[in-house]
Design a protein around this ligand. Structure first.
Ligand SMILES: [Zn+2]
Length: 213
């Protein structure tokens, strides 16, 4: 076994001990259930830990992470998390959090084949193609990269609004707001992109669903 592997097992024991020292009922209380107000959809990147960034305790954030924080409407994993969060946990906020320096976004801006991930990156490339005119007009590569990170988050927020799950919740009068943030690896600060959506009013007519039941 590696030192690192043994270390994380040891870390866990220490964490349990110190946690119980400050609150003997910590785990008993958590085991009773969860009512998190927020669903976080973030990148798998190891440098963007959801709870830590926003100072949230265990039980406060329901988390879904994948490469480049994508909302792919045929992704059963994402749909299941979203459905459970909205319809069972009744979260009030769904937050897509991208980050500058995202490897998935960078890969989508290039043409190198990396492996099976190429097929996932294609979803990100579709976003680029949608905004290629604007993005191609940004000559500074870092600025174009940063802007693409932001645009991708905005598109994922819109993709959330397109889902039947979110539109049905809004139709039923459920209070649910979608947000888009970008995290700065260099600073630790997040930027609120102010792309909030709390109804399907701003959605392109093509995607507005009419529910008969
Ligand atoms: Zn990333």
């Amino acid at each position: 076994m590696t030192d690192f592997y043994n270390q994380i097992l040891e870390n866990n024991k220490k964490w349990v001990e110190t946690t119980l020292e400050s609150d003997p009922n910590y785990f008993k209380d958590l085991a009773k259930g969860q009512t998190p107000p927020l669903l976080w959809i973030g990148c798998s990147d190891s440098r963007v830990p959801a709870n830590e960034i926003i100072g949230a305790k265990a039980g406060e954030v329901f988390v879904h992470r994948n490469i480049a924080n994508m909302v792919v409407h045929t992704d059963m994993n994402m749909l299941s998390v979203l459905d459970y969060a909205v319809n069972v946990l009744k979260v009030k906020h769904v937050l897509v959090c991208g980050h500058y320096g995202c490897g998935g976004i960078k890969a989508a801006m290039g043409n190198d084949s990396i492996g099976i991930i190429d097929n996932w990156i294609r979803h990100i490339k579709n976003v680029y193609r949608l905004h290629s005119k604007y993005l191609d007009s940004i000559h500074d590569e870092t600025s174009r990269f940063n802007k693409f990170v932001e645009i991708n988050v905005q598109e994922q927020v819109i993709d959330l609004a397109k889902t039947s799950i979110v539109q049905n919740a809004w139709r039923n009068g459920q209070i649910l707001t979608l947000h888009g943030w970008v995290y700065g690896l260099n600073s630790g600060y997040v930027t609120d992109l102010d792309v909030n959506m709390s109804s399907n009013d701003d959605l392109d007519d093509t995607y507005k669903l009419k529910f008969s039941i």
